[in-house]
Write a protein that binds this ligand. Structure first.
Ligand code: SF4
Length: 65
């Protein structure tokens, strides 16, 4: 699984961080995927998917690999 945040769409609301703090962090006002995000963990993958589903501006891109 690969997760990324489109920084041109992110409004920095922090919702994804509150839902999946293992994956996302706010840096300089926008969310980004942590370099050490444990995306091999299925529970973490589910959190990332849930965050992508509720992101208010569809800024989170999840690609299954
Ligand atoms: S939920 Fe979406 S808009 Fe809000 S901080 Fe996360 S990526 Fe950005």
């Amino acid at each position: 699984m690969n997760v990324s945040v489109d920084s041109t769409k992110c409004i920095g609301c922090g919702l994804c961080v509150s839902m999946a703090e293992e994956v996302f962090e706010i840096v300089e006002g926008v969310s980004q995927v942590k370099p050490d995000a444990p995306l091999q963990d299925s529970a973490v993958q589910q959190k990332a998917n849930d965050a992508a589903a509720v992101c208010c501006n569809q800024a989170i891109v999840v690609e299954e690999s």
